[in-house]
Ligand binder design. Structure first.
Ligand code: VG1
Ligand code: CO
Length: 546
């Protein structure tokens, strides 16, 4: 079935439309090629069944090309027989808000336009991700089908119609398809109010709790203004860089210690607020820094899980925790103590969907600054910030005190990620291949004082749908529990990025207050030797350390 006014346009395939860790991400110039976006969107429809007459949610992080892409998607959706598209006003929907809206509307799925933390603008990156009816990123079998279709596509369908005014709230039509432009924030805000004690957080702000949230000129600005300033009563000006800009002001909207350095410096200064926080381009990542204390994402996941019952939404306790394999094992110790299962999945939020749907886990997280729960099927930056605010309001202790107490109870997982960005792709793949070959020989070998307990190429068996995902990262685990993990990024758009994840567990409270760099020094040099990083990448040191 299609649409009476649909034109069928002949096209030829592009060879490079394989979705990565989180959708298809390319330079804007690539997306702007004639038929590039059209091919990919049509390939999504061609890989799905049952969307005719159904509702789709569409929105993005406001980056350059967001508006043009939405107009094209509307016309292609109408031509393919979609019944209704719901768009966030001005094309704005954070990734978690899109997930929440898909669920609230019981929509068929959604198309999220974002390249997340990658830079934007005419020379920056753009991205398209398809989410399924549970609100989460399409699982591998769907993205594989979409990719297969992009290799064979010969035509796409599109209607001729006027552009929709996406700035004006209300209902309109494109061809036979209904289009609703909705408030980007309202549904998400209502969901947050069911999870956290807004009165308690309001009281904290009234009593002088200080807070700075950096929206990084990306999608969360409008959400953060409404939630933190208007509703919860944080001092006006608490939310900075609150206007979404198509080029994010020329910055990487990546809330880490490199790209949000100013926030770290503020948190370490005499003028430090009680809590500094930030989120990324599409609002699914979070950064948490207390006065004088940066919280690693892996620790943050563990601390949220350990304190979950403080928040009304989790008062009854959590069913289980899931973390991506490279994420530190800090959450494992919390799961153990709570007596709930811990699942270790490949990198990327799509692997959490089945566990959440099946009720096996309540809280999930990744070392890359993502945490979330069963309230949506994406990681959720503002959710993590609200969770911290609620815990801080309830415990009336500092971030630093909460972190230290957590380490005393559970031990500390010193943790660092080293990224070798935009290295030559051939060298990066050769490095992984060479190391993979050597894995079977590593067991039992000593490197300095470290003995390799196991070394493998991580594979995941999904306990819910039985699917298998192979080659998800090479890891060497030492007898003292230390780990080094290697994998190639699946979100970059130039060359290859080698990620090296380094971790050491320290149970002794007397040795939990070293600088991370010092605590991991021997493992860091071993990480370079073991994989001969310099030989394969011509890089003696990483470009980003988080
Ligand atoms: C990175 C992170 C991963 C995250 C993904 C999408 O992937 O490591 O944990 O899920 O980005 O996050 P990769 O393949 O580059 O390591 V987001 O906020 O960019 O949607
Ligand atoms: Co993101």
């Amino acid at each position: 079935m299609g649409n009476s006014q649909a034109n069928i346009i002949a096209t030829t395939p592009f060879a490079d439309q394989r979705p990565g860790t989180s959708g298809l991400r390319k330079k804007v110039e690539v997306f702007k090629q004639r038929h590039y976006l059209e091919n990919f969107i049509q390939s999504i429809f061609d890989s799905l069944e049952g969307y005719q007459g159904a509702t789709l949610v569409v929105g993005g992080d406001g980056r350059y090309y967001n508006r043009e892409a939405i107009q094209k998607i509307l016309k292609i959706a109408a031509a393919n027989g979609v019944g209704r598209v719901v768009i966030g006003q001005s094309g704005i929907l954070s990734t978690p808000a899109a997930s929440a809206l898909i669920r609230a509307l019981m929509a068929f799925g959604g198309i999220v336009l974002s390249a997340s933390h990658n830079p934007g603008g005419p020379h920056g990156d753009f991205g398209v991700k398809y989410n399924v009816a549970n609100g989460g990123p399409a699982p591998e079998k769907v993205t594989d089908a979409i990719y297969a279709r992009t290799r064979e596509i010969t035509s796409f369908r599109i209607v001729e119609a006027q552009d929709v005014n996406i700035d004006r709230l209300g209902e309109t039509r494109v061809g036979d398809m209904r289009v609703d432009v909705v408030d980007s924030v309202a549904n998400y805000k209502a969901l947050m109010q069911t999870l956290f004690d807004f009165d308690r957080i309001r009281d904290a702000f009234r009593s002088g709790f200080t807070f700075t949230f950096d929206a990084m000129s990306a999608v969360t600005g409008p959400y953060a203004r409404v939630l933190f300033e208007e509703d919860l009563g944080a001092r006006p000006g608490s939310v900075i860089n609150a206007t979404p800009l198509p080029d994010f002001g020329g910055h990487h909207p990546d809330p880490n210690l490199v790209h949000a350095r100013h926030l770290y410096d503020l948190a370490m200064s005499d003028a430090a607020p009680d809590l500094c926080a930030a989120s990324d381009g599409d609002g699914d990542r979070n950064l948490i820094i207390g006065r004088g204390r940066f919280v690693t994402p892996s620790d943050s996941l563990a601390i949220l899980a350990a304190n979950a019952t403080i928040a009304p939404g989790y008062r009854k306790g959590i069913a289980g925790i899931a973390r991506s394999m490279p994420t530190s094992a800090a959450a494992d110790r919390v799961a153990e103590r709570l007596g709930v299962p811990l699942y270790e999945t490949p990198t990327g939020w799509k692997y959490f969907g089945n566990l959440l749907d099946a009720g096996l886990v309540t809280i999930c997280g990744e070392e890359s600054a993502g945490a979330g729960s069963d309230h949506v099927r994406e990681k959720d930056g503002l959710w993590a910030v609200l969770f911290w605010l609620d815990i801080l309001a309830a415990r009336k202790e500092s971030v630093d005190a909460i972190v230290r107490q957590h380490w005393t109870t559970y031990g500390r997982n010193y943790y660092s990620r080293h990224d070798y960005e935009e290295v030559a792709s051939d060298g990066a793949h050769a490095l992984i291949d060479a190391l993979r070959q050597r894995l079977p020989t590593l067991k039992g070998q000593y490197f300095g004082g470290l003995e390799v307990a196991t070394a493998d190429d991580f594979a995941y068996h999904d306990p819910v749908d039985g699917s298998d995902s192979k080659h998800q990262g090479l890891r060497a685990i030492f007898t003292d529990g230390s780990r080094i993990v290697y994998r190639l990024s699946g979100t970059g758009t130039a060359g290859a990025t080698l990620r090296v994840y380094i971790e050491r567990y320290e149970p002794d409270p007397a040795r939990q207050h070293l600088e991370t760099e010092a605590a991991l020094a021997d493992l860091v040099s071993l990480s370079r030797e073991l994989a001969a990083i310099e030989r394969f990448t011509q890089r003696a040191a990483p470009s980003v350390i988080t």
